[in-house]
Write a protein that binds this ligand. Sequence first.
Ligand code: SF4
Length: 345
Amino acid sequence: MAVKISKFIWDITYSCPLRCGHCYSESGRRPSRTLDRDTAMRVIDVMLEAQATGVMFSGGEPLSIRWAVEAMKRLHDAGVSVALFTTGWSMQERTATALAEAVSNVAVSIDGADAALHDAIRGRAGAFERGMKALDILNRVRTERQAAGQTCFTFGIDYTLTRPGAKEADLERFVEAAVERFPGLDFIRFGAVIPSGLAAEREFETNGLLTIEEMLDLMEVGRRLATRHENGPRISVTDVRYFLPQPGASLVDLDLMQIEPDGGLRAFPIYEAKVGNVLEEPLDILWQRARDWRSDPFVAQQMESVRTMADWANTTRILDRRYGSRDDRERIERRGQSALVPVPA
Ligand code: SF4
């Protein structure tokens, strides 16, 4: 019998209109590796056979791919909870209407309290305005469908906390403005940036990464904001330490897998190590390889040595440089030459 994996993250493309300095996938700065529609459907077959209960569509910008909504709908119709993470850059009314019947949840990524901050963090002028317009559209579609008694997604804001975007006063004014502008908003989720991809590099570690103590303080800020808006959207601060080994608990069996755009499967989300491709080998074999990688003494020792966010960034750098493919390692070597160049408006 095929192995059961309950949750998948699927980065369906590395194409992206933005150039965030903390991007975990370096999207927009590398080949998109997007599959054609028919091959993408085979990846869905794999997830369905694994009896997935939840699939997160991410990237890159998932909505830049022609077959994206069809793929989401196929999973949704099969009873899988589908979550979409989008910049909102290309959101249109008709896309939102199609999403109403294709996903359970849409999260628009906003990482700064205003246009100046958000656009600087995300490397492109106009990103904040586009994200806000996308939320206007989602709000409208959801409100109209609810009034008509039709099913619809829940929607909200995913706010990645980096040092420039995490000042308490900014977060407060952002929440006030969002609650007022989007009355139907279901959630605002804050989460400290994870030291993965570009966010694990030394330059970002110094200027962008929060410390564990800062993150814990922000969790307290989140609790205060949640209390203040108890009749509004659900406000939370995700404890990103979830991805770290916890005392008495092992990550070896965590059945959360990350698929790259071309079907490559990561041994563990966040890190570059691959165990094969879901289009080429059975998932049972890949899963066993992933478990072997996770319990490899060197990997386990690296992960278990993490005490601080800086340790975590260091571990990511070590694991990515040791286990990434040749392409990955060459790309990592080129970082700093192109990674932080903003896209013109
Ligand atoms: S983090 Fe930024 S650059 Fe990377 S995929 Fe998301 S929106 Fe695109």
